[in-house]
Design a protein around this ligand. Structure first.
Ligand code: THG
Length: 367
């Protein structure tokens, strides 16, 4: 098999050496980096996340840092969610849109100081976007990609592991809030967050030379709870209804279609990119919406990199954007982005590699 190695256009995470030592077997590109996506034992990785604790290299969640007198204003101009009540040391999950109201990212926005923000981004070039908007609006802010790489510790035992390293104070962190910390001279920030619904933390490493040190510290501290390596888990995140920007969205998707309407504040100032378009979209009504689907397929199988056609009575009504075998439901499940003429309870067909399988639509999350 051909080798696709790291190079200057496919950057490595500070945790790369540690994940290789941990037995990583597959990577996927994300934000021009390599993200570990398997350690060769999907059942064990799922089980650790649901019943124990796992450590994930999510260094691909890059930070776009905005610093300066206009930082707060710029962060708000880029965000269709109101940030005015976001406190220092608090994070928020925020949809970002282009001028058409199309979703272009769904970062966690961290407010580090009144004039300092990180956008912890999904897979799209928001560094370039942020610089462009700042320049066009004549705003005074310095925009960089700092040396900051998150490692997630996820699962019901994550709190025990992180508290055993940093102290019991971490148990008091509220969801999406964060605090500065240090261990053995490794500078980091600890947030209660992570791309799963099993609970846990993200450790934002702030010195890439210390990646292996941080990984090994967490691995050793986690031994009593059976910690092992993992990654954002497709089955768990689909069961939990978490959106994958770019995986479940296309170049037309607006936040309302994919259940992010509760994070959109339509009364924000007109200078917010996309807000005027979103008001129109809301007024005209939606054509599509995102639902779950449970297929009549009980075959445990590896994940689907989907975008399969969804049909009803012989007509195309949308796509299944992602799918997976669900251990807890015992069926193949997925997300569909389909016509609003269809809703929960309806039976439709998904055409996978030329073969149609019936499935039932349902509300999200599954669990
Ligand atoms: N953590 C950090 N950066 C990230 C992600 C992350 N960047 C990329 C990607 N993930 C961004 N997307 C998401 C999607 C969902 C959530 C976080 C980031 C999330 N959602 C919860 C939910 O939907 O239930 C909580 C949302 C809320 O109620 O505020 O956590 O994971 N650093």
């Amino acid at each position: 098999m051909a080798e696709i190695g790291p190079n200057t256009r496919l950057r490595t995470s500070p945790f790369y050496d540690a994940t290789v030592a941990a037995g990583v077997t597959a990577f996927s590109p994300y934000n021009r980096m390599l993200m570990p996506v398997s350690y060769g034992d999907p059942a064990a990785e799922y089980d650790r996340l649901l019943n124990g604790v796992a450590q994930w290299d999510v260094g691909i969640q890059r930070q776009v840092q905005i610093k300066g007198p206009d930082a707060a204003r710029l962060a708000q101009i880029l965000s269709v969610r109101d940030l005015s009540k976001c406190a220092v040391n608090q994070g928020k999950y925020v949809p970002m849109c282009d001028h058409r109201g199309v979703l272009i990212n769904d970062p966690v926005v961290l407010k580090l100081a009144d004039d300092l923000f990180w956008l912890s981004i999904a897979d799209n070039n928001i560094l370039m976007w942020t610089r462009s908007i700042a320049a066009e609006r004549g705003l005074d802010a310095e925009i960089t990609e700092p040396d900051v790489s998150p490692m997630a510790v996820q699962g019901p035992r994550a709190e025990d592991v992180v508290a055993s390293i940093f102290g019991d104070w971490v148990r008091g962190l509220k969801y999406f809030w964060f605090s500065d910390a240090e261990i053995d001279g490794i500078p980091l920030r600890i947030a209660r967050s992570g791309f799963s619904k099993q609970g846990g933390f993200e450790l934002y490493l702030m010195d890439r030379r210390r990646g292996s040190d941080l990984w090994n510290t967490v691995r050793e501290a986690g031994q009593p709870w059976g910690i092992g390596p993992g990654n954002p888990n497709p089955a768990e995140r689909i069961e939990s209804g978490l959106l994958s920007y770019g995986g479940d969205t296309d170049d037309q998707t607006n936040p309302f279609e994919v259940r992010l309407g509760k994070y959109v504040d339509l009364d924000l100032e007109d200078e917010v990119v996309g807000i005027a378009a979103l008001r129109n979209i809301r007024a005209w009504g939606l054509k599509r919406h995102q639902l779950g689907i449970v297929l009549d397929d009980e075959t445990p199988q590896p994940g689907h990199a989907a975008w399969y056609e969804v049909t009803a009575r012989g007509r195309t009504i949308g796509t299944m954007t992602n799918g997976c075998w669900s251990p807890r439901i015992g069926r193949v499940i997925g997300f569909v982005l389909i016509s609003r003429a269809f809703g929960p309870g309806d039976t439709v067909e998904v055409v996978r590699n030329g073969v149609a399988t019936e499935g039932q639509l349902c509300d999200l999350p599954f669990l």
